[in-house]
Design a protein around this ligand. Structure first.
Ligand code: GAR
Length: 360
């Protein structure tokens, strides 16, 4: 039976013990929930279905301010609790201070812990994970509903009244393995207004990639995904994690900017005709690695860069845009690489903007 107000940890623990005595299970999840949307409602219903009662641990107002800045929460903890308790799926709400709900987990000892799909069991906070392990809680990562997020709703509310749907900003996720010069050029184009876009996620298969650092400095969510043990390949778990994270980011387009691993299923089917890559040659010439070295070694007098859609092949998807670059007799391979890179930085943001404009 749902409580009609915020519960104490002791009351919630008593609920857990009653369920336990009846061989039933208490599910626990946590979050801010200051602007409830359909994604939350579905997520909470899924969490509730993992057991026999659901308790939501709500970040206190102070905790939300520390996590999300002074403009949040949009509603007080009392109001947020009232709204949550109005849902069929929610049986109890507790409020916690600080950034972590470790103390609530330890006090309540839930049978099941449910979390939104932008996490993996490995990326859960270590402290919370230790508390869950100590409580022998089963951990379930639930799929988030793509395209529905509080951030997105706030963004829409802040758009000037009467903004036509086509003029809104396209949500991009950027994948890179290295320097991130193309990502930098994209950020510069966004700042200059050349492209109406926002980057909702930057993801890399290399923990030390500069592109992740650049993203963090720009306040953009940045995640490392472990590629697995095989060199130059993403294993199945990595492909799945990338797919989940891209979906959770609400990205409409996936932008490969120096991402040196091949994407396979389930990513390709999740984003059909929605994954763009920039390649340092005039495709179909010189696909694959170090394309500038290939062109220079072949004695070519011209090469360039290509923006194309990504399919299951190697640099084989539909071409969207190209720029030509000369190879001078005095060039070494590095000079060719640098000249191509400069051309990419102009071509890629423009090609992304043009392609985004063709989307419904
Ligand atoms: C770019 O030159 C891009 O064309 C290339 O990696 C570089 C990344 O630079 N990509 C490929 O070769 C993909 N086949 P960046 O990290 O500085 O943007």
């Amino acid at each position: 039976m749902a409580s009609s107000s915020i519960s104490s940890l002791a009351e919630t623990r008593a609920l857990r013990d009653r369920l336990q005595a009846a061989s039933r299970r208490l599910v626990f999840t946590n979050g801010v929930f200051d602007l409830l949307h359909a994604g939350h409602v579905r997520y909470l219903a899924q969490a509730r279905a993992l057991g026999d009662a659901l308790v939501v641990a709500l970040n206190s107002d102070e905790s939300v301010r520390a996590l999300k800045g002074p403009s949040r929460p949009l509603n007080t903890a009392a109001d947020r609790a009232e709204v949550l308790l109005g849902l069929r799926s929610v049986d109890a709400v507790v409020v916690f201070d600080g950034e972590r709900c470790t103390d609530a987990i330890t006090a309540i000892q839930p049978h099941v812990y449910a979390k939104g799909g932008d996490y993996t069991p490995d990326s859960l906070n270590r402290e919370e994970k230790a508390a869950l392990d100590a409580a022998a809680s089963a951990i379930h990562i639930l799929e988030l509903v793509p395209g529905r997020s509080t951030t997105d709703t706030i963004r829409k509310m802040n758009e000037p009244t009467g903004t036509p749907a086509g003029a809104r900003r396209t949500r991009l996720a950027v994948l890179g393995s290295g320097q991130g010069s193309n990502f930098e050029a994209l950020l510069a184009a966004m700042a200059a207004g050349t492209i109406e876009a926002e980057v909702t996620l930057v993801l890399s298969d290399r923990a030390d990639a500069r592109i992740l650092r650049l993203a963090r400095e720009a306040g953009i969510p940045a995640v490392y995904v472990d590629p697995g043990s095989e060199p130059n390949k993403l294993d199945d778990a990595a492909q799945k994690e990338i797919c989940d994270r891209l979906r959770a980011s609400g990205a409409e387009l996936v932008i490969l900017a120096g991402f040196m691993k091949r994407l396979r299923e389930p990513v390709l089917s999740a984003f059909p005709e929605r994954i763009l890559n920039v390649h340092p040659s005039l495709l179909p010439a010189y696909p694959g690695r170090e394309a500038w070295v290939q062109a220079w070694t072949a004695g070519a007098t011209e090469t360039g860069c290509t923006v194309h859609l990504v399919d299951a092949g190697i640099d084989s998807g539909r071409l969207l845009a190209q720029a030509r670059v000369p190879i001078l007799p005095t060039d070494d391979a590095e000079a060719v690489r640098a000249r191509i890179n400069a051309a990419e930085q102009v071509l890629y943001p423009q090609a992304i903007a043009n392609y985004a404009a063709t989307l419904a």
